[in-house]
Ligand binder design. Structure first.
Ligand SMILES: [Zn+2]
Length: 129
C-alpha cells in the first residue's frame, strides 16, 4: 500500500490526484458549485415532472470521424417546467453543445443560475403568498 496526496473539491468532496484536475472540476464541471446551481429547484414556479412516461426523447447529432458524418443520438428528458413562463427547462451543467441546441429547438431553455445572470422571476418556494 502506498499513501498518496489528493485534492478535494470544496463543493462536492470529490477527490483528485492532481491539483490541475481538481481546479478544472471546480471551475467548470462541479454540479454542486453555488454559481452553477439553478434557481429553479428552490423556486415556487418550478414544476418538476416525476412521471417517467412523460419523458420526451430528444434527437441530436454528433459529428464523428474524418468525413464529418452526423450520427443521431437519443436522450430522454423530463419536461420540467417553469409555470410562470410556460417553458420547459433543462439543467445545462453537463450537456454537450449539440444536445443543448437540440433541446432549445424543442422548446427547452436552460435553467438560470447565478453564473448565467440569474432569474428576475425567482421567488423562493417557502415564501408565503
Ligand atoms: Zn465538485
Amino acid at each position: 500500500m502506498e499513501k498518496i496526496e489528493a485534492y478535494k473539491c470544496q463543493y462536492c468532496g470529490k477527490l483528485y490526484k492532481t491539483m490541475k484536475g481538481c481546479i478544472k472540476h471546480e471551475e467548470r464541471l462541479c454540479t454542486k458549485h453555488p454559481d452553477r446551481t439553478p434557481y429553479c429547484y428552490h423556486c415556487q414556479f418550478y414544476d418538476p415532472s416525476y412521471e417517467s412516461d412523460s419523458r420526451e426523447e430528444i434527437t441530436y447529432y454528433v459529428t464523428a470521424g474524418y468525413d464529418g458524418r452526423e450520427i443521431p443520438q437519443f436522450k430522454k428528458f423530463e419536461p420540467n417546467q417553469c409555470t410562470l413562463l410556460g417553458r420547459k427547462l433543462y439543467n445545462n451543467t453537463r450537456l454537450s453543445d449539440e444536445l443543448q441546441e437540440a433541446l432549445q429547438e424543442s422548446g427547452y431553455q436552460p435553467m438560470p443560475t447565478p453564473q448565467s445572470g440569474g432569474c428576475k422571476h425567482f421567488i423562493t418556494k417557502n415564501q408565503s403568498k
